[in-house]
Design a protein around this ligand. Structure first.
Ligand SMILES: [Zn+2]
Length: 272
């Protein structure tokens, strides 16, 4: 381990960097540098600036207790939206949406999936049957190149009573399934990977004899079985919203999620 590695603080740097902490610290270091420079110590000012910025780069922050006060401080500023995670686009719900309604509970859905052999118990675990795994992945591949509009059209066929639209969020397009005429934050907002996974799951379940409502309800729990990203094919991992999906190290009470390591999209949110 090099001296630099020992000095580095991985909890607040790299992918976990807390941007409010970084910005607040750069501003504070800038203030100290300006103060020292005003006292006519230019060399000291330059040294303070250099050491301060190096520390912020390597450790995430230099002012003690920054992770405690910087995120709420920045959140309290009258800034439009969240400047650290958004770059335009509609405000989107924090959770991943699903095609299924909550009318059938998860346990009932899982029981039915086991009954028809889509999910098979293996020791303590549940696995997808080889047959369903292949059918689902075939379908996902077929939808991989679909545009958001094409995915919305498939969803419209599956849910003829819902109003389905495409909305642009800061992190890409969403297929939005609305109860009303216009998209609202309480509707189901499906990212591309989620939309691909769910329409492919409902289609692949067509041969199982399950009724349509169960097939739609199964789309969300089946996402826990994803082993590659349905959109970009990247590896998936269980992580938290602090590490992925546009989250920030300042977040309190992050969700545990299954996420794509390539496109940084949340594929499933585990119940907290
Ligand atoms: Zn991906």
């Amino acid at each position: 381990m090099s001296t630099l590695d020992r000095f580095r603080n991985p909890a607040y740097t790299g992918e976990s960097r807390c941007w409010p902490c970084t910005v607040v610290n750069v501003v504070l270091v800038g203030g100290v540098v300006a103060g020292v420079a005003l006292l006519d110590y230019p060399v000291v000012a330059a040294a303070v600036g250099l050491v301060g910025l190096l520390a912020i780069w390597a450790r995430g922050y230099v002012v003690p207790y920054t992770p405690r006060f910087a995120p709420p401080l920045v959140a309290a500023l009258p800034l439009p939206g969240d400047p650290f995670h958004a770059d335009g686009g509609a405000e989107v719900p924090a959770e991943d949406g699903s095609l299924g309604s909550d009318e059938i509970d998860g346990e009932t859905v899982l029981t039915r999936l086991v009954e028809v052999g889509v999910v098979v118990p293996e020791g303590e675990d549940l696995m997808l049957s080889e047959e369903f795994h292949a059918a689902w992945h075939d379908r996902m591949e077929q939808h991989q190149d679909d545009s958001a509009e094409e995915l919305a059209a498939v969803v419209r066929d599956l849910l003829p009573d819902a109003s389905v639209s495409v909305e642009d969020g800061a992190r890409g397009p969403y297929v939005v399934v609305s109860a009303g005429d216009t998209a609202s934050l309480s509707d189901a907002w499906l990212t591309r990977p989620v939309a691909i996974a769910e329409v492919a799951a409902v289609e692949a379940l067509a041969d199982t004899g399950l009724d349509e409502q169960t097939r739609l309800a199964a789309a969300e729990p089946l996402r826990t079985f994803l082993d590659v990203c349905p959109d970009c094919g990247g590896a998936v991992e269980v992580t938290t919203t602090v590490e992925c999906c546009g989250g920030s190290a300042g977040a309190t009470d992050p969700d545990e999620v299954l996420a794509c390591t390539e496109c940084d999209t949340r594929l499933f949110t585990f119940p907290g």
